[in-house]
Ligand binder design. Structure first.
Ligand code: C2E
Ligand code: MG
Ligand code: MG
Length: 724
């Protein structure tokens, strides 16, 4: 016998055989082939010997006492270490049934007795070689799997045509699905992705096929309710010889942790850890963007630099922990008071609370990206200062803190972040010098005008509570009869120091600050109550006209406000007239038409005030549901001297007539004007010629005179052409 190869370490073979002579022969033959041999005399001994010696191959007889070969093979397969060990059954029973039973029990192969010892030696050697190759393969597969598990990287294939997929074990783990029940294919895979990222896959695949190149993208997967995982997918397309795309081969890696770390790094780099507000770096970055936008759109931007007063003392007396807590509480208040934007004139410039940043220490910065004028910034500064007025509760300590604010405006006080910051900072020091707990503009002149406006705004707020507003009434006259048919209510403010303030001096500010809403509500109520009182006093169906400002008119609440006022006062809705200036109506025609319809549906009449100044086109005019046109004073003024104005006035009157609207001429001061208007068939008028706006008691005197037969401002000489 030959063929023995030198071996470093002899492979161990277990021979399980009850027949001593056969066992000896086999042993000898195997030893000749340079194998080491362990012997066992029956199945039970064989199982024990396996556990004790871990042989590489088992030769197993079938018929043995105690435990036969089938049973012993089955028992070995249950031992994990023997799961892949080749078992060669040596049997004299070469009927098919025994062969089947041998394989069922887990045998690798079988050989019939009598054994050809030479062939057996070779056979064992080849079995051993196959086993080693298989072990290597299993080892590298296991290493690959564990490498994939460590890297959280799965690999897969996808058939382009059918969409069917093959996944490695790690894929199932990444996607959180059970390999026993989940069938990977394009559709089920897409279902696992975040809905917003599904399209990405189709696009990437399509691109890759077209370019014949690899692709990669990051996507999100929904692992469970609210839990998102991030994956990085990379793949290549495999084509056949004709260039048809067959399948994709790719990998998917779970990069959730990396993403989280990136977020964390971003947070650390851009946010303040204590207050979670943006830090200086993010603030500068964002402000640079805002400045570019403001520059392009010609907007004014304000920067408020807030520094807490005497913060160092708080830190020293209460300790740093409470000092930190105070800074957190201050930043919360700042955010909160910037969120409630109701009193800011132009919409909602502070929608994002990210416009607050902490520069460091006790310094905060607020940017407002769109303000109408400096006063808006002052208003916010004041609100911030007021928000600090309430004590902060830190543990059991009631801590009082004030802040000083410096304001700089773009573009007036600087064109770049640095200059704006420097100037806001220096203004902040002025605020500290001026006694702390206040604000200062960098530009000194702003302080005065902002102060005036804010003082006026404050006074106006109080005026409502203190009943300083009153209404004057101006009669509206039908000059053909001299009868007073209506009264326009005009607001007056009896200021304790300034005396009577004209509406032109406070209505615009009331509009901006939003105070016009409560004021306007008061006007509608007071005028309706007055109208009702006159009616009750027997002065007939007098029309009372009330002016509505733009902001009031655009407010959704208006219909209810008017309705409530009418119900509460019991004033006949048909006697109330709402005056809206033409310029307000043309700002948003469709909305205006809808609002007018809603108002009129409740009963009141509607008139266009200051008509002729707002450039409304004829097309609009036809569509506005309007009862009355009020010709603006400017046309009346020059009607006798300026042929142009006279012509326009005549045209307005004719047009209103055609549209079945009434026409009232405003600002009639002279008889000449009156007669001119009358000549052009306008008979309803209002103006100093008849009466100035007067308090209600005086108006009542006018009404009483009229009842006694007195004609107010009626035409004195007969005219050739009388109006309707
Ligand atoms: P308007 O509604 O066009 O009111 C007419 C203005 O012309 C009133 O000024 C009135 O006093 C004045 N006027 C009347 N006749 C003559 C005249 O013959 N010659 C001249 N030169 N002026 C005359 P007033 O009361 O100062 O009101 C000014 C504006 O303020 C009003 O213009 C109206 O737009 C607004 N306004 C007045 N009261 C209210 C109110 O309660 N709410 C709102 N939103 N606006 C009001
Ligand atoms: Mg008016
Ligand atoms: Mg007017």
């Amino acid at each position: 016998m030959s063929g023995a190869e030198p071996q470093e370490k002899k492979s161990l073979i277990l021979v399980v055989e009850d027949d001593t002579s056969i066992r000896e022969l086999v042993k000898e033959a195997l030893e000749h082939f340079q194998f080491a041999v362990v012997e066992a005399r029956n199945g039970a001994e064989g199982v024990a010997a396996f556990t004790a010696h871990k042989p590489e191959i088992v030769l197993m007889d079938v018929r043995m006492p105690v435990m036969d070969g089938f049973e012993a093979t089955a028992a070995l397969r249950r031992i994990p270490a023997a799961a892949t060990t080749p078992i060669l059954i040596l049997t004299g029973l070469d009927d098919t049934d025994s062969i089947r039973r041998a394989y069922e029990a887990g045998a690798t192969d079988f050989a019939s007795k009598p054994v050809n010892l030479f062939v057996l030696g070779h056979r064992v050697r080849y079995m051993l070689r196959a086993k080693h190759a298989l072990d290597d393969l299993r080892g590298s597969e296991a290493r690959l799997a564990s490498a994939q598990r460590i890297a959280r990287l799965g690999n897969w294939e996808r058939q382009i045509k059918s969409g069917r997929m093959q996944w490695s074990a790690e894929m199932f783990r990444i996607f959180g699905v059970d390999p026993k029940t989940f069938k990977p294919e394009l559709r089920t895979y897409l279902d696992l992705l975040h809905p917003q990222d599904r399209e990405l896959v189709a696009r990437a695949t399509g691109d890759a096929v077209r370019r014949e190149g690899p692709y990669s993208f990051d996507a999100r997967i929904l692992v469970s309710e609210g839990v998102v995982r991030h994956v990085h997918e990379q793949a290549e397309v495999v084509f056949d010889d004709n260039g048809t795309a067959l399948r994709l081969e790719g990998t998917t890696q779970d990069i959730t942790e990396r993403k989280q770390i990136e977020d964390q790094i971003r947070f650390l780099a851009y946010y303040d850890g204590l207050t979670r507000l943006p830090n200086r770096a993010l603030f500068v970055e964002r402000l640079n963007q805002s400045l570019a936008g403001a520059q392009r759109q010609g907007r004014t931007l304000a920067m408020l630099f807030l520094d807490l007063d005497r913060f160092k003392r708080i830190n020293d007396t209460l300790g740093h922990t409470l000092g930190d807590r105070l800074l957190q509480a201050v930043s919360e208040r700042l955010k909160k008071c910037l969120r409630s934007t109701d009193t800011i004139a132009r919409g909602d410039p502070l929608a994002s609370s990210d416009s607050v940043a902490r520069l460091g220490g006790d310094e905060f910065i607020v940017t407002i990206s769109d303000i109408a004028r400096g006063e808006d910034a002052a208003r916010i500064a004041r609100r911030i200062i007021e928000s600090m007025a309430e004590p902060f509760m830190l543990d059991d300590h009631e801590v009082f803190v004030t802040g000083s604010i410096g304001i700089s405006l773009f573009p007036h006080d600087g064109a770049d972040v640095e200059t704006l910051l420097k100037n806001a900072d220096s203004a902040m020091y002025h605020a500290k010098d001026a006694g702390r707990g206040n604000y200062q503009f960098y530009n000194k002149s702003m302080n005065a005008s902002a102060f005036q406006r804010l003082a006026l705004e404050n006074a106006m707020r109080k005026a409502l509570e203190r009943g300083e507003f009153m209404l004057h009434y101006q009669p509206q006259v039908d000059v053909t009869t001299g009868a007073i048919f209506g009264a326009e209510a005009l607001i007056r403010w009896k200021h304790p120091d300034l005396g009577m303030v004209a509406p032109a001096d406070f209505i615009p500010l009331a509009e901006e600050s939003g105070l016009i809403l409560p004021i306007g509500e008061w006007v509608v109520r007071a005028a309706s109550a007055q109208g009702k009182a006159w009616q009750d006093a027997g002065h007939g169906p007098l029309i009372v006209a009330v002016n509505l400002s733009g902001r009031q008119f655009r407010q959704q609440q208006l219909v209810h406000t008017v309705d409530d006022a009418l119900k509460e006062t019991g004033f006949d809705p048909r006697c109330l007239e709402l005056e809206i200036t033409e310029s307000v109506l043309v700002q948003n025609v469709e909305d205006a038409i809808a609002s007018l319809k809603r108002l009129r549906a409740m009963g009141p009449r509607v008139s266009i005030d200051d008509f002729g100044t707002g450039y409304s086109s004829l097309t609009y005019l036809k569509r506005f549901p309007i009862d009355t046109l009020k010709i603006d004073q400017s046309f009346t003024r020059d009607i006798g001297t300026d042929p142009g104005d006279a012509a326009i006035t005549a045209a307005i009157i004719a047009m209103a007539e055609g549209l079945k609207m009434a026409v009232i001429a405003e600002g009639v001061e002279t008889e000449e004007q009156r007669d001119c208007l009358l000549d052009r068939r306008c008979r309803l008028m209002q103006g100093y010629l008849f009466s100035k706006p007067v308090p209600a008691e005086q108006f009542k005197v006018l009404l009483e005179k009229q009842a006694a037969g007195h004609k107010i401002g009626a035409q004195t000489k007969p005219r050739r052409r009388a109006a309707r």
